[in-house]
Design a protein around this ligand. Sequence first.
Ligand code: AMP
Length: 438
Amino acid sequence: MSFETLGLSPVLLRALTEQGYATPTPIQEAAIPVALSGRDLMAGAQTGTGKTAAFALPLLERLFASAAPAPAGGKRKARALILTPTRELAAQVHESLRGYGKHLRMHSTQIFGGVGMGPQMDALRRGVDVIVATPGRLMDHMERRTADLSGIEILVLDEADRMLDMGFLPAIKRILAALPKQRQTMLFSATFADEIKQLATQFMRDPAEIQVAARNSVAATVTHRVHPVDASRKRDLLLHLLAADSRRQTLVFSRTKHGADKLCTFLEKSGLRTAAIHGNKSQGARTRALKEFKNGKVTVLVATDIAARGLDIDQLPIVVNYDLPMVAEDYVHRIGRTGRAGAEGLAISLVSHDETRLLRDIRRMLKQDIAIANVAGYEPERALNLDAHSSSPSSRPRNPNHARRPHHTPSKGHAAANKQPRQWQGRGASAGAARGSR
Ligand code: AMP
């Protein structure tokens, strides 16, 4: 299957060749023809599967590539709206959209909080074709009447489950109410909890349903490794591991903002170029941290789960769980930052005895073995006992559709364009794809 046979115009095909995309990913193969037909679409796909192009390409094709030129005179009215949960994802989607549409006469803008309203108002006043926005800031513009959504023909809800987790349902409903009824709606979500289905029933017309990869699946190219260690020695072990190859870009997850700051200071004092990204940082600091991590100025980025979704950091070889996530499903989102687009990845977890239950949950969810190895000199006083039957209430089977992640503030940042030519090797087809039924 090639992009040509999916029915895309030469101007889009040219941009794809320039991006180095040779063949469509499974979600692109499944979603693009349906989306091109104008039908509503509900797609189950995680980040890292190529879902941005799966909605952006048909969107651009339908609005611009094969359309007659817009009549001269009169202000441009926005024709497509893409909603994302976080600022970082909005910036990333916007950048991808611009890359795919670089040979089209398309005007687009990104709208999110944490930065001044002024430039956004100016862009909206001048007129754009496509708006990529987070729900909160878009609502602000709607209230000030600086965003006109009356001409929207295509709506995309990206990471819909995440938006609901973050409490955006009321904002989404108000935005939906302001849109023309006659439109195409595409909803992308990693999970299909009941609220998502309700949203679809209420606001979509007979959507086609597409599911490409098993939920909670991880890329087959990621190696998982656990190092048991006493909680008090975690930071020394981390330093030991990082120092072994201090040039490799590493994303380190910490459970709390305070913990992330402390760890960042410690690593910096130890001579590693480190930055932290979490919800208490100013938008400027967050954008800078991500940018410097992406351009290699900083080699270690310490993050809370805010960075666990949606960010596409090119060629990220290692993700370290300094603390295990409280919800096993978040492990998948965290390590989804590595092993993207068929690349090799390594997921290292530093696990102390009190996290045994969390590790057990993760192993059960992944349905695959994780190599557990002591690091010489850092052996824990109490070994992990993974075979014991857990009776703790939180390890009981539960419906992962209802898994709740901690609340995060939406955030913003840059995304590196992925210019290197690469062949999609198929995350959706990953062997060992595990289901989330616990
Ligand atoms: P996404 O899931 O949209 O965040 O995409 C994940 C990564 O895959 C991004 O770096 C994309 O640029 C890349 N990508 C998307 N589609 C393709 C493709 N057909 N071939 C190669 N890389 C792709």
